[in-house]
Structure formats: C-alpha cells, structure tokens
Write a protein that binds this ligand. Sequence first.
Ligand code: GDP
Ligand code: GDP
Length: 441
Amino acid sequence: MSKPLVAIVGRPNVGKSHLFNRLVGKRISIVEDTPGITRDRLYAECEWAGHNFDLVDTGGIEPNTKNEMLLFMREQAQIAIDTADVIIFVCELKTGVTAADEDVAKMLQRSGKPLVLCVNKADTIGEIDPNVYEFYSLGMGDPIPVSAVHGHGTTELLDEVIKHFGEKETASDEFEGIKVAVVGKPNVGKSSLVNFILGEKRTIVSDIPGTTRDSVDGYVNNEYGNYLFIDTAGLRRKSKVKDSIEYFSVLRAKLAIDRSDVCLLMIDAEEGASEQDTKIAGLIQDAGKACIILVNKWDLITKETNTMEEERKKIYEVLSFMRYAPILFVSVKEGTRVRDIFELINEVYSESRKRVSTGLVNEVLGDAVIRLQPPSDKGRRLKLYYMTQTAVAPPGFVIFCNKIELFHFSYRRYIENRIREAFGFKGNPIRIIIKQKGDND
Ligand code: GDP
Ligand code: GDP
C-alpha cells in the first residue's frame, strides 16, 4: 500500500525543521539523508496511532534575498500541493500573521488539499495564548498551538493530520500496475517523454477515484500492461527561483522516486552523464528502486561505428555504481525506441521481485569461494557458511560468516558480481547483509 505523504510548508525560521525532528521523534525511523540538500534530514517515515505515512520538510534552503522569499515559499507550497496528501502549514505565534503567510495560505486553499494549520513557538503551557486566535483570519480552520522545541501540541497536530488519511489509504490499493518515475536534470526531456507516452491512443488519464489529489499522475494502459507515471504535472513545472533549480529538481525527484517501482533516469546525449545525474542515480539506488538509464536526444548525435558502445562505456564510467542499469538510447522528438521502454520496464520490474531458491544461491556461493579464496588476516581466514535471499524490491541477501571484519568490501563486490552473473537482477540494486555466526576459529 502506498503511504500518505504529509508535507510541512512555511516561512523560513518559523521552526519547520524543529517540528520535523519533533514529529519524527523516536517513533520514526529515518530513511536516509539526501545529498545535495543542505538540510540534514528531509524525509522520514512516520507512524502515529497505527497510521504509517511519510513526512517531508519542503523548506530545505534559505532564499538569498528578502525579495526572493515569497517566490520561494510559493515554489515550496506548489511542490507540497503537487505531491502531498496533507499539508501542515506552519506559522509563528510571536510574529502573528504576516503578508507572506496570507499569500501562501490562499494558494494552499485554492488547491483543495487537506490543510492543517500549526502555530509554532507557543511555548507556554496551560491557557491558550489569545494571540493564537488571530490565525483564524487565515481561513484554514482551527489553529493548533505547538511548541516544536518543547513538544507540546504535537499530539493534537498529528491527530488532526491523520483525520485526513481515510481516502488515500483505501484508494491507494486500487492501482494494479507498475509505478514509474521519470527523473533527470531540467531540460533533458522528461515532460516531452511523459507527454509522448500519455499522448498515445490507448492512454487513459484519470485520477484515483475518491481522492482529493490533483490530476498529476498519468495512467497508461497499453499492450504491455498498466502503468502509472508519477507526478507528471510537477515534472512539467519549471522553477522560477534563481539558484534553486537544482534544489527543487532534486526534491521533486526524491519524492517521485520514493513512490515508484521503476525509475527512468534521463540523461542528455550531448552532455553525457554529469554530476547531477550521479546525484539522482544515488537517490534511486539508496531508495532501492529498479532503474533504466535513458539517453535522450540521440537524434542530435553524429553516429559513427560504435558510437553507442562508446557512449555506454562513458556513462558506466561516471555512474560506476549503477552498471546494473540497462541503457537505452532514445529520441523522444523522433519517437526512436520510445516503445522499447515498456518492455524494459516490465523486465526490470519482474527482476526486482524475483526470488531465487536457497539451494541455488548456495551453489553459487560454494562455487564463488572455490574460484576466489576468501581473504584472511593474521592467520584467520574468512569462512562463508550460508547465504539466503531474504527480500525482494530490492533483492536482498543475508550471508552468514565466521568474522564480519574479514569480509572486505572487495570480496563483497565479488560475491555480488557472482550473484548477478548467475541470476541477473537486471536494473536492480542488490543489498547484501553480512552476519556472523558461532565458530570463530
Ligand atoms: P525553519 O527555517 O522553519 O526550518 O526553522 P528552524 O526549525 O530552523 O527554527 C528557526 C528558529 O526558531 C530556531 O532558532 C529555533 O530554535 C526556533 N524555534 C523553533 N521551534 C521553536 C519553538 O517551538 N519555540 C521557540 N521558542 N523557538 C523555536
Ligand atoms: P524537462 O525539463 O526534462 O521536462 O525537458 P522538456 O521535456 O521540457 O524538454 C526540454 C527541451 O528538449 C524541449 O525544447 C524539447 O523539445 C527538447 N527535447 C526533448 N526531447 C528531445 C529529443 O529527443 N531530441 C531533441 N533534439 N530535443 C528534445
């Protein structure tokens, strides 16, 4: 079941990141840090009163100038509107309602998304501070006084948030198919690709029935199967804030990746794989998602013998940790090989869910150990006892050994390569967990 997404929006300095950390608390496991975003934590899985949801802080960076602030807040609010199921709008008690608050509040209301109004820095306990009532003027319902620093008010806030989950939690079960995120740098051709695909005859664009979500997801039903292209409206929108284009594109990418089964990482054929592509590839790998690399604008390349092979090599040199991802050279403009994408999506998706029997896995392990002796240190040699597949999507294996310290990175890589050689798992990252067992000689 896909979880509801809750976004925190508000002016700089109202206490969003404190609130995020407070809501995350001990109940929540931090998923991971996001490279390229200055905030140390952006995204976390939460649980409250039996409801699981994802929490995102959209306010990761400070705008450079005062003039840019409003533009910046609108951009963040728009991301929340495009992606979240419930939005927590954070204001600050001591400053009261500001013009920027009013502006963003109006924008959020127009979206029709469920909103929860939080008045932070209400630090005193007991009687409600009369200044809280001023926030009724935003027309967002009851303001909930919270002290992110001290923690009070957060119970009421979370109770209010989960009241809006009902529709999402039931509706999300209805989609049967593969969820696809199209990610990549600005201008690489993401929206052109999604338009191309959604523009096809058998396309049905609709919304999940019974939800308040805007129609940002694109549904495709064709002879290859059922697909949901995630957050396509968001992908179409370009950032208006100077210097923050990369930040917003990474944030959008992260949100789309987390909801997907398969990611299409688009790379510009003329520019080749860049640092930003590496960053997005890292997000995909860390999220454990299947990935296909699409090299777009192939029509602009002068082809000689082996051009494709040479390009493939260059890309794998830059994205060296993602050599498992298949590369497809396309031109969305001319429609070249675009339909091949669907077959590849089906293939990497089914690979992500493949299970290999423990017997076979151990044959491979036994053979690997014979071909390359495990490392030793000060007379102690690494012994590998047993390996079994414990997870799918991404495929995960546990290996039991005598001494974890002896299991060097390079040997782990060797074992991973043997697993791939034997079983494929094309397009998917593999997770290997090493455990130590008894017998320490
Ligand atoms: P953000 O920019 O909205 O993420 O705001 P931060 O979480 O970084 O907080 C901005 C400032 O407000 C920091 O100095 C915090 O210590 C302070 N702050 C945050 N929450 C509270 C609160 O509940 N009470 C008080 N008194 N200060 C707070
Ligand atoms: P996005 O920012 O990643 O969504 O990129 P867009 O889809 O908006 O495309 C950016 C520009 O690249 C537009 O001018 C497109 O017409 C152009 N474009 C997209 N795909 C191709 C392609 O395959 N070949 C060429 N030559 N141009 C393309």
